[in-house]
Unconditional design. Structure first.
Length: 463
């Protein structure tokens, strides 16, 4: 349809397109907030799904804890004079195994609630540890014969005891022991053992138990030599923490990994002592075992080796990354409309810029909504076809014919295809995006090289 004479200069048209683009940053920023809100809801749903099952798990032990008698002194003021008293104290000697071999079978399971899902697991843990009680404790200032060997405890630490299965099995030199709650830092389980009869002999501890958790399982090694073998049918593990596996194999049907860690790498001795009140002696204990987040150890906690069972596609991070390219879509589409306006002589009003830009922003909302239900890939195709079709049909009316509209549609389809490539190739996304912007800028500079941006001109539908 013919338009009235347009007295706007090309520079004013460019300014108009930029101002509309700036206005669209408000709904685009709202989409970012929407993605963050949905991601928060997903995390809350995950926590609800895994409640009562067990959180990310960190295991440690076994270690043997033996109380012993020692003396100390304190200085007090009596009748205005300083008096030093000798005290009888009870401290605890902790003995780490010289060697330990652990075997863990991780059985993952996807649990769903509404549109959300979480990865939980049941770990079947078995192993054998060998201990050697120290013959000379002079370097720890422990007198010979001061150890209460009949009051020793064998301790296993677990960060979230809710995940412990029934009937853990533990034996000391082939004899089964009775287990009680309480382990390292008050979490886990322990067994009272009488070491009087086996003092000076090697101590062989065999154990097996099951442990439920979600997302991450980690080991806090304490032995002189630690070997941890892990296998699982989950095809997407993430190895993290402070130690990586010496050997690992990841395939579509699962993974297996082997960690080998020595106490020199841990920077801790095999024997340390502390008093019953928790005051650490000169030979200090390692930091306590803490629950960890996926793939990382808690600052100040014992060093760990961890394995996370990750989802191959985090749709919220994908949508969030896609939304960051929203300005690219708006800019290229407005640039095409501006070229039709300035060069083709087809007047495009601010309202038409705004409506087409709003449709481009709506793409990311549709992408998020569909992705939560059908997955990121199908959602991306469906949302891009819907918005490209809508803007093509609308631009046919704005630009006067379908041939010009087809160029807008082809541009949008190309942009959506390039964006999908950028999201898939994280390492090269900056390079590809920079080259795309360079090519677009070069094309615009060439197409507008003869335009007088300050001149007023009459415009009507071009031939």
């Amino acid at each position: 349809m013919p338009r009235e004479d347009d007295q706007r200069t090309p520079a004013f048209k460019l300014f108009l397109a930029i101002m509309v683009g700036l206005i669209l940053t408000i709904p685009l920023f709202s989409v970012w907030l929407l993605v963050y809100d949905r991601q928060t809801q997903q995390q809350e749903a995950t926590n609800s799904i895994t409640a009562g099952w067990g959180g990310p798990q960190t295991i440690a032990g076994p270690v043997i804890v033996i109380p012993y008698a020692t003396t100390g002194s304190e200085t007090v003021i009596e009748n205005g004079q300083s008096v030093t008293r000798t005290l009888n104290l009870t401290r605890k000697l902790t003995v780490a195994p010289t060697t330990i071999a652990l075997d863990t079978n991780l059985r993952p399971e996807l649990r769903k609630r509404s549109i959300y899902e979480a990865v939980v697991f049941q770990a079947e843990i078995g192993g054998r540890a060998k201990f050697a009680l120290p013959a000379d404790l002079g370097h720890l200032a422990i007198a010979p014969g001061s150890l209460y060997l009949n009051r020793a405890e064998l301790r296993f630490a677990v960060s979230d005891p809710r995940g412990l299965g029934q009937n853990p099995q533990v034996s000391v030199n082939g004899a089964p022991v009775t287990l009680q709650p309480g382990g390292g830092d008050g979490r886990g389980f322990m067994a009272p053992v009488d070491l009087t009869a086996i003092a000076g002999k090697p101590i062989d501890v065999a154990f097996s138990y099951t442990l439920r958790g979600n997302n991450t399982v980690a080991l806090a090694p304490q032995a002189g030599e630690t070997k941890w073998s892990v296998r699982s049918p989950w095809p997407n593990p993430s190895f993290g923490g402070d130690f990586l596996p010496q050997q690992s194999k990841v395939a579509s049907n699962g993974f297996n990994a082997t960690f080998e860690i020595g106490n020199l790498a841990l920077g801790q001795p095999l024997f340390w002592s502390a008093d019953t009140g928790g005051n650490v002696a000169d030979n200090a204990a390692p930091p306590p075992v803490k629950p960890i987040s996926a793939g990382a150890s808690t600052p100040g906690a014992a060093p760990v080796a961890s394995i996370s069972l990750i989802q191959p596609v985090d749709l919220y991070s994908q949508v969030n990354r896609a939304t960051k390219y929203g300005f690219l879509f708006i800019g290229f589409t407005f640039l095409a409309l501006l070229m039709f306006d300035v060069i083709g002589g087809v007047r495009v009003s601010a309202v038409e810029y705004l409506l087409m830009g709003a449709a481009l922003v709506l793409f990311f909302v549709l992408l998020l909504a569909f992705a939560e239900v059908i997955g990121f890939g199908p959602a991306y195709v469906l949302a891009s076809l819907a918005i490209a079709g809508l803007n093509t049909a609308y631009s046919a009316a704005v630009l006067g014919n379908w041939r010009r509209a087809a160029l807008i549609g082809a541009l949008l389809i190309a942009l959506y295809a390039v964006l999908y490539i950028l999201l898939s190739l994280e390492a090269y996304s900056l390079l590809i995006g920079s080259l795309l912007l360079f090519a677009a800028l070069a094309g615009v500079m060439y197409a507008t090289r003869r335009i007088d941006w300050g001149a007023r001109r009459s415009s009507g539908p071009s031939a």
